[in-house]
Design a binder for this molecule. Structure first.
Ligand code: NAG
Ligand code: NAG
Ligand code: NAG
Ligand code: NAG
Length: 303
């Protein structure tokens, strides 16, 4: 298990970790036109991510929607890529659909499955209690005993103790999502906010886990910044230059500090409709990709 070390303050020189973190990408299950991705589409995705971003691990969200687990695992096998599969536990119906998709797709593919995450910000949305989430995680753990099973939630749900039952319940794979952008941070302070978020999550998990911390892998499950065409959020301004700056100053530094990062997201998702936030503000969801929808680079990604 990787012992992740975060720099205590960005003003101080970053703690040099023996190993850099691994870059992964969040990957959607639909093509630019909204159709479901087939195995060949995932193969094209993987070829682009390998050659342009040197990345060989992706994170997906639902195992049943668009038959993601069934379609992506053969592509992972042929491409030498690892996949994090997902389960939506928020309702019994969504849990049962994803669980049964896993039961048919996982056997024989364990070698290319890095982990299964049960829940994506379920605590943040308040869709379930941590105890109910733990029960679902344990149900998936017992069905797939040789696969790592964990969850992903917003960094503050770890930092504020909401997720403590998971830590006490021996969940050993915890993704913390951290978006300085959604905290309305100006780009000039975004790296500070990002590190402070991850540090807040990490320190609380460490404190609650005690001697079991060495068995826990804490990852950054999502971070990112929208490029040109995206919407501003408070003082956070979308734009390709800002995304490139956040990449270089924030993401590269997080990787260099030894933390595994999943960048949200791999490709622009041109099919996505605008979304309306709690504040009534309409925001564009189509320009979060590290790469364009046609799988080309937007900026220099070399750290
Ligand atoms: C905690 O979980 C890990 C990995 O799932 C397992 O190897 C270990 O035996 C568990 N420990 C306890 C006390 O349940
Ligand atoms: C920058 O972010 C840090 C960490 O969240 C925060 O403590 C600080 O107040 C922020 N600075 C400014 C100028 O907003
Ligand atoms: C990918 O790896 C190659 C060879 O090590 C390197 O030259 C290139 O800069 C890397 N690209 C990125 C985006 O990290
Ligand atoms: C970590 O990544 C940096 C580039 O960001 C590279 O210079 C360094 O050699 C890497 N360290 C290890 C141990 O791979």
């Amino acid at each position: 298990m990787r012992a992740s070390i975060l720099p205590l303050a960005l003003a101080a020189p970053a703690v040099v970790s023996a190993t850099n973190g691994t870059l992964g990408l969040s990957l959607g299950d639909k093509n630019a036109d909204g159709s479901c991705k087939a195995t060949s589409d995932y193969e094209a995705d993987f070829a682009a991510l390998k050659s342009l971003a040197n990345s060989t691990i992706v994170r997906t969200y639902s195992s049943s929607e668009c038959d993601t687990a069934a379609n992506i695992l053969p592509a992972a096998q042929s491409s030498g890529v690892k996949v994090v599969l997902g389960v939506w536990p928020d309702t019994d119906a969504s849990f049962n659909q994803d669980f049964s998709a896993l039961q048919s797709a996982v056997p024989g593919n364990e070698a290319v499955i890095d982990a299964i995450t049960v829940g994506s910000e379920a605590l943040y949305r308040g869709d379930m209690t941590a105890d109910a989430l733990l029960a679902r995680i344990n149900q998936v753990k017992s069905a797939f005993p040789s696969t790592t099973v964990g969850t992903a939630d917003s960094w503050n749900k770890y930092a504020d103790g909401t997720a403590d039952p998971l830590i006490q319940g021996n969940v050993t794979y915890l993704m913390a999502n951290a978006f300085a952008y959604w905290q309305g941070s100006p780009i000039s302070n975004a790296t500070n906010v990002y590190f402070s978020d991850m540090q807040g999550a990490m320190q609380h998990i460490k404190q609650v886990a005690g001697s079991n911390f060495k068995n826990i892998r804490v990852l950054n499950g999502e971070t990112g910044w929208p490029t040109d065409g995206g919407t501003n959020y408070a003082a956070a301004e979308a734009g390709t230059a800002n995304a490139a700056e956040f990449w270089q100053d924030g993401v590269c530094a997080m990787l260099n500090s030894g933390v595994d990062v999943f960048y949200f997201e791999a490709f622009d998702e041109s099919w996505k409709p605008d979304s309306t936030g709690d504040n009534g503000q309409v925001s564009n969801e189509q320009h979060w990709g590290l790469l364009t929808a046609s799988r080309t680079a937007k900026f220099n990604m070399t750290c």
